[in-house]
Design a protein around this ligand. Structure first.
Ligand SMILES: Cc1cc2nc3c(=O)[nH]c(=O)nc-3n(C[C@H](O)[C@H](O)[C@H](O)COP(=O)(O)OP(=O)(O)OC[C@H]3O[C@@H](n4cnc5c(N)ncnc54)[C@H](O)[C@@H]3O)c2cc1C
Length: 491
């Protein structure tokens, strides 16, 4: 029996492999890098260790379900610890707020900002929970939505999907405090969007995090990639790393296999690409399929944001900081205008700092901390030259941290920069975008490339650039969608 070939051992590829193998299919995963995980990477240097991609894991139930499908228990592979506070927020005026699932503590902090916002925030959370109930079955947990499937939503609920105003407009209708508005708007960035453009429907993300919590796998986020690879191999999946695919081989418009960069042909009737869909068409499919029209259709979509990353080994313990920290900018709207309209990284950006050594002391030498510093930035764009500007931008970020009372410039023991160029090179991310297409359109759920290629028989897509979208839990769910589609197509 020819195996199903999966190109890429990102979280989408591994999740798909697990589901297919659990259903009795023979699966071969071909990964170009020497390690699995894709964007979920890790780097070790000078006694420090960093996760280089995702740092906030939500929707624990999605992981649990993936292990359950394979007849295993998540707890036997991963120790997921709840993170508290969820995130510590620092504002330029000196305000500090710990987002927490502890309701009375959260309410007290909100009351200190504006007493009326306690009610406002509770109503907002009820609204976000309702969005999850209504949109989950159509947009998240099942096949790609169609206008037809959307008509199955009861009319009263369909009107409450709230796609016609922005996230920010909805947030403003619930809460008054500018601090709280900025905090809730930030959830747009979880899928690479702007709170001023993304549809209010995405307020569902606040429900997922503030109600469902944030989870940290002991050992680091990379433990998830390692656990999925282990499970896949236990189920009989063959994972070949250091094995780039050069081409998807077709006869007419039917998959015949894949050609490896060493010239070997691996035959298959079914190929699942975990590579960005635009990159698949641009680099892996022949011109007869990747026509100029098709390429234009895929590449004219606005990409989600990318980011600029500093991995810093810092001397000393910073007791003011938590595991997840946000240092907000003064002008949030301008920041997103810079990213999505001007195509340049914001000069006074919001800065995210994750320090896993707060939860896992082994991630830094004694007396040190491993800082993962992330700033949202535009996807690669001719208006900004990272080769020329990255070092200057790094200095700007360190100055901004110093403005918040965290001058670490004399304490950096080791460091590495990652720009959108690196992300594009290392994972094949189209224009270095973190989450595929930007969610700044009310119709994005209908416009994402389908998990089944429309023009190639036997080709499927899994991962963050296809349905249901970017982010670790979504990408795991794309594996479920693909496995179900393949099973249905076989029948
Ligand atoms: C810096 C950063 C921070 C993030 N933060 C979060 C977060 O906090 N929470 C969250 O949920 N999500 C976050 N995300 C998003 C999340 O990481 C992604 O949505 C998810 O990991 C994408 O997985 P994927 O399966 O789509 O593909 P990828 O991870 O992109 O994997 C694709 C794989 O395909 C391989 N490949 C490409 N071309 C070939 C080829 N020709 N042959 C063989 N192999 C090939 C690549 O090497 C790669 O391993 C973040 C992303 C980044 C980059």
């Amino acid at each position: 029996m020819k195996p199903i070939i999966i190109i890429g051992a990102g979280i989408g590829g591994l999740s798909t492999a697990i589901r297919l193998a659990a259903a009795g299919r023979k699966v071969l995963v071909l990964e170009q890098s020497e390690t699995v995980g894709g964007k979920m990477g890790q780097i070790r240097r000078d006694g420090f260790r960093w996760d280089t991609g995702p740092s906030v894991i939500t929707m624990r139930h999605v992981l649990e379900e993936l292990f359950a499908v394979a007849g295993r228990r998540l707890e036997d592979y991963l120790t997921l610890l709840p993170v508290e506070p969820l995130t510590r927020y620092f504002y330029p005026d000196g305000t500090r707020l710990d987002a927490t699932r502890d309701l009375s503590r959260m309410a007290a902090q909100i009351a200190a900002l504006d007493e009326r916002d306690v009610e406002g925030c509770l109503s907002y959370l009820a609204y976000a929970a309702r969005l999850h109930r209504i949109t989950g079955p159509v947009f998240i947990y099942d096949r790609p939505p169609t206008w037809r499937s959307f008509t199955r939503v009861p009319p009263a609920d369909a009107l409450r999907v709230d796609a016609w105003r922005s996230m920010d407009a909805a947030i403003r209708s619930f809460v008054r405090s500018p601090h709280l508005r900025q905090l809730l708007g930030r959830f747009a960035t979880y899928v690479g969007g702007s709170p001023y453009q993304a549809p209010a429907t995405l307020n569902v993300i606040a429900h997922v995090e503030l109600t469902g919590g944030v989870w940290y796998p002991q050992g680091g986020i990379y433990a998830i990639a390692a656990a999925l690879a282990r499970l896949a191999e236990e189920l009989g999946v063959e994972i070949r790393t250091g094995c780039p695919v050069r081409q998807i081989v077709l006869a007419g418009n039917t998959v015949q296999g894949v050609l490896l960069s060493d010239g070997t042909l691996e035959p298959a009737e079914t190929v699942v690409a975990n590579v960005d869909v635009a990159t698949v068409y641009q680099t892996l499919l022949p011109p007869a399929i990747a026509t100029p029209r098709r390429l234009a259709h895929l590449t004219r979509v606005e990409p989600s944001c990318s980011g600029f990353i500093l991995l810093l080994g810092v001397a000393g313990r910073h007791e003011r900081l938590a595991h997840h920290n946000i240092f907000f900018s003064n002008d949030y709207r301008r920041e997103f205008d810079d990213i999505f309209r001007r195509g340049v990284p914001p000069d006074a950006p919001t800065i995210y700092v994750a320090i896993t050594s707060k939860s896992d002391p082994a991630h830094a030498p004694a007396g040190g901390e491993n800082w993962f510093v992330l700033v949202n930035a535009p996807a690669l764009d001719s208006r900004y030259d990272w080769m020329a500007q990255a070092t200057v931008y790094r200095d700007q970020i360190l100055i901004r941290l110093a403005d918040f009372g965290l001058d670490i410039r004399g304490k950096i023991q080791t460091e590495q920069m990652l720009t959108p160029l690196d992300l594009a090179r290392l994972t094949g991310a189209w224009r270095g975008a973190f989450y595929g297409a930007s969610p700044n359109s009310p119709f994005i759920a209908f416009r994402r490339p389908h998990n089944r290629a429309p023009d190639v028989r036997g080709l499927y897509f899994t991962g963050g650039t296809t349905h249901p979208g970017g982010g670790v839990p979504m990408v795991m769910l794309s594996g479920k969608v693909v496995a179900n589609l393949i099973a249905a197509d076989r029948r």
